[in-house]
Design a binder for this molecule. Sequence first.
Ligand code: NCD
Length: 310
Amino acid sequence: MKHLLSVSDLGADGIRELLDLSDTFVEVSGRSIPKVPALRGKTLAWLFYEDSTRTRLSFETAAKRLSADTMNFGVSSSSVNKGESLRDTVETISAMGVDGIVVRHGSAGVPWQLTRWTDAAIINAGDGWHEHPTQALLDCYTLRQHFDSLEGRHIAIVGDIKHSRVARSDLAAFSLLGAEVTLVAPQTLLPPSLEGWPAKISHDLDAVLPTVDAVYLLRMQRERMAEALVPTLREYTAGYGLTLDRCRLLGDQTIVMHPGPMNRGVEIAPEVADLERSVVIEQVANGVAVRMAVLYLLLGSGVDLTEGTR
Ligand code: NCD
């Protein structure tokens, strides 16, 4: 595989292979010197046209642990502000010799477009409402840590499904691995058509909570909303927020997930975010190992991993 554009491209076997490979990088990350020379001599560039904390830092950490060189490109301090087009920007970066470009952009499809303008491997770090494949992979990894397998598990994805690339990639990955998914949201936060989505739909969070192994909460993505889709945030929280009271409906083993950034007090009550069953921090930690696996698979396969830089 040359690029990672969509999680569906991997298929169930590809996802499982990547998760198995991630185990190796969890081990590497636990070493006293968490670094292997797998990508020595390779250069990666970050092209983030949208804000990011965890995804960007996570890719950066992953690249460093694999000994890759990185080219830092801040859109807000670059010639993009002088009107340079995406194509010219990518061709310029390419001309300096990059092996991989990690891209986040507000428009769906941009990572696919990039593959036509450069020979570098393209990794999709989020394109508009469309896909966020590495988030889905780290979520599958986290679920596998808790349940061994996703086969037959029931996962609720709750909240602003309409604007969420995380929901789209997660739904694809979870169902490829055999989980059953229920999307829980008010009608206005669901896409206009759900044809072909391998999911059940519910508008009743309280009815769904007792039946799930994991509750996956989404942020209300106000920056993507042109109009008010919920009457008030308070009303949203009353119907769909995961409060401490609602947590009492959950089974003992049920975990609570969130891709971050969390809006405490909106989709998740502050106390719920800090419960033991909340695995948000595990998701972040796993993100580094999973992204190491992705970079290694695309750019470094064949390099011996048992040799550290001790
Ligand atoms: C998400 C994103 O940007 O798609 N965050 C992330 O990458 N962990 C979700 C969000 O912004 O709500």
